[in-house]
Write a protein that binds this ligand. Structure first.
Ligand SMILES: Nc1ncnc2c1ncn2[C@@H]1O[C@H](COP(=O)(O)OP(=O)(O)OP(=O)(O)O)[C@@H](O)[C@H]1O
Length: 344
């Protein structure tokens, strides 16, 4: 799968480009079992422009976090290519990696886990400035930290408090502030509102929207929650077992979901769409182990419309107008309105 794609939009030149990214882990299965491998990400391609949000959606184990770690240069891809601001950063190391790190930052689901409980929030925000040799004086670092605390909606007089003195939503504001201290171009948000009360979610999503506009940020928004994604993403990439199931503009994917997996996810998502809720699709079984993925289309054992081609051939993402689907049944339908041989 080598097709990179761009949604035709007003967006500018890509700040992030992934070409067939793959990540394989060696896994020790026990004393007498042979070492195997898990393809956590098996070929993901996309481009992302400033001020755009790409949502990565899929159930637990589909490879979303692994993809996020590659995009933030925490771990290198096993193969494929990653470009940031037009520069090939695949497998960079040492001083080049250190220089590139500030450009892409990550915000995690649990802000408490990512903040040092013994560090005041001001110290937590100043730390990236210190570690990355920004050349700022202590007074400048302090000023920058206080300004960012205010920018994310917290009172500057709280700057010398510790993380446990804040609520979950406030802690997520602090984590977002910390991620922005080095003025990144790209922020990978890994389930940033999943751990928050519903009442706080909208506030954090609004804040993220404002910061995106103000700082020109590109967001990769990892989520399993399609109802959140619908409101904040420009594009949606649905992952299944490390691969692209469907990728397109949010509008296209929600209005015309073409992959049976996307349709099943949407049918299980509570949102203001009574028509769709009526046709709830229950998938058979669990997500198969990436250790031993199904042959052909990886979705075929759970697919309600699988036909004879599906267990033997692997569909590649294809489609028009930037709406790509990895499904034989989504290819242009025959005159009968159905794929030849399709079971449903
Ligand atoms: N370091 C690792 N070593 C071995 N296998 C791994 C490693 N990291 C991830 N995996 C495997 O890769 C697959 C994808 O994991 P990943 O955490 O990326 O999925 P995910 O979609 O983010 O799930 P979740 O939402 O639960 O975090 C899983 O089967 C996981 O067990």
């Amino acid at each position: 799968m080598t097709n990179t794609r761009t949604i035709p939009s007003a967006a500018g030149a890509p700040v992030l480009e992934a070409v067939d990214l793959q990540r394989t882990y060696s896994v020790n299965r026990g004393l007498f079992a042979p070492t195997g491998s898990v393809k956590a990400v098996a070929g993901i391609s996309f481009t992302l422009a400033p001020k755009q949000t790409l949502a990565i959606v899929g159930e637990s184990g589909s490879g979303k976090s692994t993809l996020g770690r590659m995009l933030t240069l925490i771990e290198p891809p096993t193969s494929g290519r990653l470009m940031i601001e037009g520069r090939d950063v695949t497998g960079i190391a040492g001083a080049s990696l250190k220089a590139m790190r500030p450009t892409v930052q990550m915000v995690f689901q649990n802000p408490y886990g990512s903040l040092n409980p013994r560090q005041t929030i001001r110290a937590a925000l100043e730390e990236p400035l210190l570690v990355n040799n920004t050349g700022m004086s202590a007074a400048e670092r302090r000023e920058a930290a206080i300004a960012m605390i205010a920018r994310v909606g917290l009172r500057p007089e709280f700057a010398d408090r510790y993380p446990h003195m804040f609520s979950g939503g406030q802690r997520q504001r602090i984590a977002i502030a910390r991620a922005l201290m080095l003025r990144p171009k790209i922020v990978v948000l890994d389930e940033p509102v999943s751990a928050l009360d519903v009442s706080v979610r909208a506030q954090i999503l609004n804040l993220l929207g404002e910061l995106q506009d103000e700082f020109g940020l590109a967001y990769v928004f990892i989520s399993h929650d399609l109802s959140v994604v619908r409101h904040i993403a420009d594009e949606v990439l649905v992952m299944y077992l490390g691969r692209v199931a469907e990728h397109g503009s949010t509008e296209a994917v929600f209005a015309d979901p073409r992959h049976p997996y996307t349709r099943a996810l949407l049918s299980a998502t509570p949102m203001a769409d009574p028509e769709r809720r009526k046709e709830r699709i229950i998938l058979k079984g669990e997500l198969p182990s990436p250790f031993n993925p199904p042959s052909g289309c990886v979705f075929n054992p759970r697919c309600p419309i699988a036909f004879d081609r599906c267990p033997t051939e692997r569909p590649e993402p294809g489609g028009e107008n930037g709406h790509l689907t990895a499904c034989f049944a989504a290819e242009p339908v025959l005159a009968s309105g159905r794929k030849e041989g399709a079971a449903a």
